[in-house]
Design a protein. Structure first.
Length: 291
């Protein structure tokens, strides 16, 4: 799709619908490779556009100053997330050629670097869509371990974003025999434990996301078998999950059960989890009975 066609797209009343349809088409198993590549090239041009529409222009109204928002808001909050979703569909598509998947991974990495360093100024919804796309592509079974590790490592510097925490947990839960992925998982666990130590009591969604991701990482049966540092990490995660449970983050029950069923778990750790879970939920049942 050339520049003239792209320019005409913005002049239609249905530009968002066109972009969304192209994104769905790009991930379809029925699309020809050359057409998929053309859509990818088009999307790659769109995501680096900087709208010149007036955003947040202050005007004087009858009841005082008001703000009028231009088309830039629509572009940042609707078009960009839709384009990123289309790129995500290309990345996870099982019929996507390896060279195109590699090009897409590189594009996602460049975009994330631009957003992280504020060279690209996007709306929160667009940044969230990009983080989710990175997590989805990195978690897909068609991606190679080295590319998965590169995508996951790109997210490590943005632990202040809750959806980044969630996506890192999904990426590092994949049991693969890869030294780069093992190192990523250990680093992610360390940083998440630091985030837990600083998490405020009022942000329950963030606290739950940290604990669930820690549980996902510790439950990865592909981590180094018999490694003392993996055992130590799991010991710390187990204690942290039960700390969260005592603090009212009841979403950790499933991660604890998954960890208990992890093939690489030390028998003493498995026994400890079972005992403490039975004790914790036995007390909960007893309290409810007496209420």
């Amino acid at each position: 799709m050339d520049s003239a066609t792209l320019a005409r797209t913005w002049k239609t009343k249905y530009s968002f619908d066109i972009i969304e349809a192209l994104g769905i088409l790009a991930g379809s198993p029925n699309i020809r490779n050359k057409h998929q590549r053309r859509i990818f090239d088009m999307f790659s041009r769109i995501v680096v556009l900087q709208t010149d529409a007036a955003i947040g222009v202050e005007k004087q109204g009858e009841d005082g100053p008001v703000f009028e928002f231009g088309k830039g808001i629509h572009f940042e909050t609707t078009i960009i997330p839709s384009v990123i979703k289309g790129m995500e569909r290309i990345g996870v598509g099982r019929h996507t050629p390896p060279e195109l998947r590699l090009a897409l991974v590189k594009r996602l990495l460049v975009l994330w670097e631009g957003v992280s360093n504020v060279r690209l100024v996007w709306s929160p919804s667009a940044v969230e869509a990009l983080a989710n796309a990175i997590g989805s592509v990195a978690s897909c079974r068609h991606i190679k371990s080295d590319m998965r590790a590169r995508l996951g490592r790109a997210l490590l510097g943005s632990m202040n974003k809750t959806n980044v925490i969630k996506n890192l947990g999904l990426i590092c839960a994949i049991p693969v025999d890869s030294e780069k992925m093992h190192e990523l998982s250990m680093e992610a666990a360390r940083l998440l434990l630091e985030q837990w130590a600083r998490a405020g009591e009022e942000d329950m969604d963030r606290r739950a996301a940290i604990l669930i991701s820690l549980g996902n990482i510790a439950s990865n049966g592909g981590l180094e078998q018999g490694s003392e540092r993996v055992k130590l990490m799991r010991d710390t995660v187990i204690e942290t999950l039960f700390e969260g449970l005592r603090g009212g983050v009841f979403q950790v029950k499933e991660p604890l059960e998954n960890l208990c069923n992890c093939s690489g778990l030390d028998p003493s750790q498995r026994s400890e989890i079972r005992t403490r879970l039975q004790r914790a939920y036995g007390l909960v049942k007893a309290e409810k009975k007496h209420q």
